[in-house]
Design a protein around this ligand. Structure first.
Ligand code: NAD
Length: 294
């Protein structure tokens, strides 16, 4: 199996890399946080001291970083990885970033004869751990076919969204819907409970009725309703509110780029910014529940 460099071992990257290891791939891993590297080294990966060290000998590079600036910083410029990788390498970039930033990195890769896919994911940390992520892929079909066995080790649904950047467009559309659903669910939970309903009873009624949605199925924001949801664990782990605010900002940029109106997304962004001002940016995005109960 091809040797892989995996860069970015946070909430998502670490369990994704772990699934590649379990599938038998040889991994060299790097993160700015040494403890994450050590964890995977303890499970059979080779620890790297830098991103440049990680890509030495790699035929495939996978990255899972927070935002556009981290991805551009890693790949572009004279010291960037694209300047060091040999032609023929496959890069699978899984972070959620601006479609424009993805296209910029694609263009630089193409110039160097490197095949690159933008392959953001959906499914949360639970999906990353279970290997059931959804990949939304932008780039050449041929590159996707090469990537498919590795994506299949980390995910269940693999969609070819379209050409360069299309994966990111699909991802920002999806996350705008997710944020709006989360906020609508949180405000309804608060209203129902304030009017005397048991949270678990209300959650189950809505889940099985026309208000049912992904947050009610998998990620209820009310503490104690779902044992494994971040809300029942002090809103720790999961998907940080500051990353959701980033994605909603990307959605607004994308809408404005194409002249679309996205008023629900705009309101969701305002509410997440309010949450960030309250110092809750590092908590899971379902902590938006607290806007409606305090
Ligand atoms: P995270 O902040 O937990 O992890 C990012 C990791 O990247 C950190 O460990 C950080 O140290 C590392 N990093 C940053 N710059 C680096 C560099 N130059 N070199 C090496 N490592 C570097 O974030 P996450 O929750 O794992 O999310 C990663 C991406 O996936 C984001 O774009 C996010 O929007 C997206 N995403 C997250 C979720 C989720 O549920 N957490 C779901 C879908 C998509």
């Amino acid at each position: 199996m091809v040797p892989i460099a995996f860069i970015g071992l946070g909430h998502m990257g670490l369990p994704m890399a772990r699934n590649l290891l379990r599938a038998g791939y040889a991994l060299k891993v790097f993160d700015l946080v040494r403890s994450a590297v050590d964890t995977l080294a303890g499970e059979g990966a080779v620890a790297a001291d830098s991103a440049a060290d990680a890509i030495d000998q790699a035929k495939v590079v996978i990255s899972m970083l927070p935002a556009s600036r981290h991805v551009e910083g890693l790949y572009l410029g004279d010291a960037g990885l694209l300047a060091q990788l040999p032609a023929g390498t496959l890069v699978i970039e899984c972070s959620t970033i601006a479609p424009e930033a993805a296209r910029k990195v694609h263009a630089a890769a193409r110039e160097r004869g490197i095949a690159l896919l933008d392959a953001p994911v959906s499914g949360g940390t639970g999906g990353a751990a279970a290997g059931t992520l959804t990949f939304m892929v932008g780039g050449e079909a041929e590159a996707l076919e090469k990537a498919r066995p590795m994506l299949a080790a980390m995910g269940k649904n693999i969609f070819h969204a379209g050409p360069e950047g299309a994966g990111q467009v699909a991802k920002v559309c999806n996350n705008q819907v997710l944020a709006v659903q989360m906020i609508a669910t949180a405000e309804a939970m608060a209203m129902g409970v304030a009017n005397g309903l048991e949270p678990a009873v209300l959650a189950e009624i809505m889940r099985q009725s026309s208000g049912g949605n992904w947050t009610l199925e998998k990620y209820n924001p009310w503490p104690g309703v779902m044992e494994n949801a971040p809300a029942s664990n002090g809103y720790s782990g999961g998907f940080m509110a500051e990353l959701m605010a980033k994605d909603l900002g990307l959605a607004q940029e994308t809408a404005s780029h194409s002249g679309n109106n996205a008023p629900m997304g705009a309101l969701a962004l305002q509410l997440y910014r309010l949450l960030l001002k309250q110092g809750k940016g590092k908590q899971d995005f379902s902590v938006i529940q607290q806007l409606f109960v305090e």
